[in-house]
Design a protein around this ligand. Structure first.
Ligand SMILES: [Ca+2]
Ligand SMILES: [Ca+2]
Length: 546
C-alpha cells in the first residue's frame, strides 16, 4: 500500500501478498483511520505470480473512494495496511520533501536549524581553491595542471561528498522540467530554504545552487571538467570534517554536452527571472554554445578514471544521445536552424533516460516545446513517445503487483528506473490523455511509497515504515537518530557487491536497511529528481473531477 496518499481522483489500489489458492473472494474494507468506520468494501482479484518476489499477489482497486480523509485497509487474517491519506496535497507533500533533500546536500554552506530543522550541520567543502588535475588538461587555451580555481556550491552527488557534471546535470534538468511543464503548481510550493520569498520559485532557487556551481566547471576553451572530487571517497564523517584535497578531473564529450543541454534549458528558464539574477540567462546561453562547439570539435572523448582517482566514474562511450539532447535544448532556446539541423528526428531513440542515456530527455523537451517544430517533426516526436508509453504501460498492466518493471529490470537504483518510466509515461499522457498512462505513472509513485515487495516506503521520513540507515554520510555521522528526510534510496536488486547480509534471493526483496548496503540503500540526487518531478506532475495532471 502507498503509505502516503493519493489525489482524490487518482487511481488507487492495494496489493495483497501471500500464497493461498482459495477461490473464496478476498474481501477488503477501507476504514476511517481514526473512527474505524467502514467507508468502502470490495473484493480482490484472483491471485497472480509476481516473479520478482516469487510471491502471489491479489490486487484491489478503490479509485471510487474520493473523499478527503485518512484511511487504512483491513483484510481478515492479516495486519491492517499502513494508514494513507486522500488529499489534494498528497503528491505535492512528496515533491516538497524530496526537493528539500537537495538543500540538505548543498556543498559550501552551513545548514541552520531555521531551515534544516533537526538536521543542522556545519559548512563543508568551500571548494574555493580546487586544483586542476593533470587528467583535465586537454587542448589549447586550457588551464594548466595545478592551477587553482574556485568552484563553490553544487550538491553532493549521493552518499558521498563529490560533484559530478553528468549526474547533477540530469538531476537539474529533471527538476527544471517540472517547472517548465507545470509552472503554476511548482511556483505555488515553497520548502523553507534561505532563498524562499525572493521572487523565484523554490524549485528554481534550489536548481540554481547547482547551476551556479556547474558554470564554474567550464574550462577556458569551452570544454567542461568531468567532476570535482577527492582522489578517493571519504570515511564516515560529516562534510566539515572532510578536508581532502579537491581536484577538477577529466574533460569529456559527455560532460560538455550535458552541460550544454542543461545550460540551454536553464537559460530559457532564467529569462523569466532576469530581475532577480541580471544577466545570468545570457551567461548560461553563451556557456551552452561554447560547450556544444567544444563537443563538436571533440566528438568522441570518453572519460575514464585516471589511475590515482577512484571516485565515481559515470562511464559513457556513446554520445549520439547527448548530441541530440544538447542540440534540442539549444534549438528550443535559440530557434536557430544550425541546432535544428543537428537533430536527426527519425533517429531519436525513445527510451527511458538515466545519466548515460539522454535520448528520452531530448524527446521530452521537444514534446514540451512542440510548437517550435514542423508538423512532421512534431508527429515523429509524439509517435515515439506514445510508442514508448504503450510498451511501458503494457509492462505495468502485465505485472501482478502493477509495477512498471520486470524482474530483469531490478538493477542498481531500481527505484529510479520505476520513477523515470513514470516520467516518460506522463510525457505521452500530456500528448493524448490516455488514462492508462496516467494510472501506470501513479503506480510508479505507489511502488516507491509502499506497494512493493518489502511493504515499505523507500523514502526517508515518509510513510509508516521507511529507511532508517541510508548510505548517506550526513545521515550516518550527524548524531541524529532519524535520517535526513526526503531521500529515495536506490532500492532492491540482484547484484549486491557490497558484501552485506541479504536474507532474500528474490530481486524485489533483496535489500537491507543498513549503512553497509551502498548497493541498495544509498541515496542520489538523480534518483530524487524524478521523485520531485512525479510529485508535482501527478498533482498537475490528475484530473480535478472523476
Ligand atoms: Ca550517452
Ligand atoms: Ca543520523
Amino acid at each position: 500500500m502507498n503509505q502516503v496518499g493519493f489525489e482524490p481522483n487518482a487511481a488507487k489500489s492495494v496489493a495483497l501478498v501471500g500464497n493461498n489458492t482459495s477461490t473464496t473472494p478476498y474481501v477488503f474494507n477501507i476504514l476511517n483511520d481514526s473512527t474505524g468506520a467502514v467507508v468502502q468494501t470490495g473484493t480482490f482479484s484472483a491471485q497472480a505470480n509476481w516473479p520478482a518476489s516469487g510471491e502471489n499477489v491479489r490486487m484491489a482497486d478503490f479509485s471510487t473512494l474520493t473523499t478527503a480523509g485518512r484511511y487504512r485497509v483491513r483484510v481478515n487474517g492479516v495486519a491492517d495496511s499502513a494508514p494513507f491519506s486522500i488529499s489534494a496535497d498528497a503528491n505535492t507533500d512528496v515533491a516538497k520533501l524530496a526537493l528539500k533533500a537537495f538543500y540538505y546536500n548543498r556543498a559550501s554552506t552551513a545548514l541552520t536549524s531555521q531551515y534544516a530543522g533537526a538536521w543542522p550541520r556545519l559548512a563543508g567543502h568551500a571548494d574555493t581553491s580546487v586544483q586542476i588535475h593533470p587528467s583535465a588538461v586537454f587542448g589549447t587555451n586550457t588551464r594548466a595542471a595545478g592551477t587553482r580555481v574556485s568552484s563553490s556550491k553544487g550538491w553532493y552527488d549521493a552518499g558521498d561528498y563529490n560533484k559530478y557534471i553528468v549526474n547533477s546535470g540530469i538531476s537539474t534538468y529533471t527538476l527544471l522540467s517540472a517547472y517548465e511543464q507545470f509552472p503554476g503548481v511548482v511556483a505555488a510550493h515553497t520548502v523553507n530554504i534561505p532563498e524562499t520569498g525572493n521572487g523565484m520559485p523554490d524549485l528554481v532557487n534550489e536548481a540554481l545552487w547547482n547551476l551556479d556551481w556547474m558554470l564554474t566547471m567550464q574550462d577556458l576553451d569551452g570544454g567542461v571538467y568531468f567532476k570535482l572530487t577527492n582522489l578517493g571517497f571519504d570515511g564516515r564523517i560529516m562534510p566539515n570534517a572532510a578536508n581532502n584535497t579537491r581536484y577538477m578531473v577529466g574533460k569529456s564529450t559527455s560532460s560538455a554536452l550535458n552541460f550544454a543541454a542543461v545550460m540551454a534549458q536553464a537559460s530559457r528558464v532564467m529569462a523569466n527571472f532576469d530581475n532577480q539574477r541580471p544577466g545570468l540567462s545570457a551567461q548560461m546561453l553563451t556557456a551552452a554554445r561554447s560547450a556544444y562547439a567544444w563537443a563538436k570539435a571533440n566528438p568522441n572523448r570518453a572519460f575514464t578514471n585516471p589511475s590515482d582517482v577512484s571516485t565515481g566514474e559515470y562511464g559513457d562511450n556513446t554520445f549520439s544521445d547527448e548530441f541530440a539532447w544538447a542540440a534540442a535544448e539549444l534549438f528550443i532556446t535559440t530557434n536557430e536552424n544550425t541546432y535544428l539541423n543537428d537533430i536527426n528526428f527519425n533517429n531519436l531513440n525513445a527510451s527511458v533516460p538515466y545519466w548515460g542515456n539522454s535520448w528520452g530527455l531530448a524527446l521530452m523537451s521537444l514534446s514540451t516545446h512542440s510548437s517550435k517544430l514542423s508538423s512532421s517533426n512534431k508527429t515523429i516526436v509524439e509517435n515515439k513517445l506514445t510508442t514508448l508509453a504503450n510498451s511501458l504501460s503494457s509492462t505495468w498492466q502485465n505485472s501482478a503487483i502493477r509495477v512498471g518493471i520486470n524482474a530483469s529490470d531490478f538493477n542498481w537504483g531500481s527505484n529510479s528506473e520505476v520513477l523515470n518510466r513514470g516520467m516518460m509515461l506522463l510525457q505521452a499522457y500530456r500528448i493524448n490523455n490516455n488514462r492508462n498512462y496516467l494510472n501506470a505513472a501513479q503506480s510508479s509513485l505507489d511502488y516507491v511509497l509502499g506497494r512493493n515487495g518489502l511493504n515499505m516506503s523507500f523514502v526517508t521520513g515518509l510513510g509508516t515504515r521507511s529507511p532508517l540507515k541510508p548510505h548517506h554520510r550526513p545521515s550516518d555521522a550527524d548524531g541524529v537518530t532519524a535520517p535526513v528526510p526526503g531521500w529515495l534510496i536506490g532500492g532492491p536488486h540482484g547484484n549486491t557487491p557490497d558484501g552485506c547480509a541479504y536474507t532474500s534471493t528474490a530481486v524485489a526483496k533483496r535489500y537491507v536497511d543498513d549503512w553497509c548496503s551502498y548497493s541498495t540503500n544509498e541515496v542520489a540526487i538523480n534518483w530524487n529528481a524524478p521523485l520531485v518531478y512525479m510529485g508535482f506532475a501527478l498533482k498537475a495532471l490528475t484530473p480535478a473531477t472523476p
